[in-house]
Ligand binder design. Structure first.
Ligand code: MGP
Length: 208
């Protein structure tokens, strides 16, 4: 047997009263301000819109966010008709939820080329804006975010709780546009207008 192998006692941390002193940084996860839920939507024409929506997982720490993010497909790898939604725990990613029904969304519409160039980067930055509470006090108004993967062009949106809260909405819109370094305009539309629209476009209440 080799004599150069260290004995167990030589590799252990110093002990105090028989207890190992450990650094909490090594085992305590870093809490987020909110708990978040990630949802997945996959189009199946034989089911209702609500039935196509599935909760994937919830998390409330930085480490669990990255574990989930690294585990799932990037939006650019999803099929047409699929969505991811990240919402504060307790808010369903639908217009009908009490916290959404008076609200609206900052909508970013991507062209087909941007699917390869920008989609995944914009979505990751959107997620970081949400879990990092990047909009100062206006973060209170944030309900969640959605990415829609569509043949006609992908969409990313941040949903907020009240379309009349102009100051909070403009703060979110401006900071969001800066974070994404967005070259094009973004528009804010109320869910009321979106859900009752008759044509293919919904009017913007605000824009940045
Ligand atoms: P969509 O998935 O938001 O956009 O809405 P898409 O596929 O690009 O279609 P477009 O109409 O914006 O061009 C598609 C359809 O899904 C809507 O017309 C609704 O029928 C349904 N839908 C979408 N959302 C977000 C909701 C919702 O919150 N509640 C309900 N009940 N239906 C929804």
């Amino acid at each position: 047997m080799a004599t150069s192998e260290p004995k167990a006692a030589e590799t252990e941390e110093p002990q105090t009263d028989g207890q190992v002193v450990a650094n909490p940084e090594q085992y305590i996860k870093h809490p987020l301000q909110n708990r978040w839920a990630l949802w997945y939507f996959k189009t199946d024409k034989s089911k209702s819109w609500t039935d196509n929506l599935r909760l994937i997982s919830k998390f409330d720490t930085v480490e669990d966010f990255w574990a989930l993010y690294n585990h799932i497909q990037q939006p650019s790898k999803l099929g047409y008709g699929c969505d991811y939604c990240l919402f504060k725990d307790g808010i369903k990613p639908m217009w009908e939820d009490d916290r959404n029904k008076l609200g609206g969304r900052w909508l970013i519409t991507l062209n087909k080329q941007q699917r390869h160039n920008d989609l995944d980067r914009y979505w990751m930055e959107t997620l970081l804006c949400l879990v990092g509470e990047s909009f100062d006090e206006a973060s209170e108004d944030v309900c969640g975010a959605v990415v829609n993967v569509r043949h006609k062009g992908d969409k990313i949106a941040i949903w907020t709780s009240n379309c009349q809260n102009r100051d909070a909405i403009m703060t979110i819109g401006q900071l969001y546009k800066d974070r994404l370094n967005l070259p094009m305009k973004a528009g804010y539309q109320s869910h009321d207008d979106t859900s009752s629209k008759s044509g293919s476009t919904t009017k913007n209440m605000y824009s940045v």
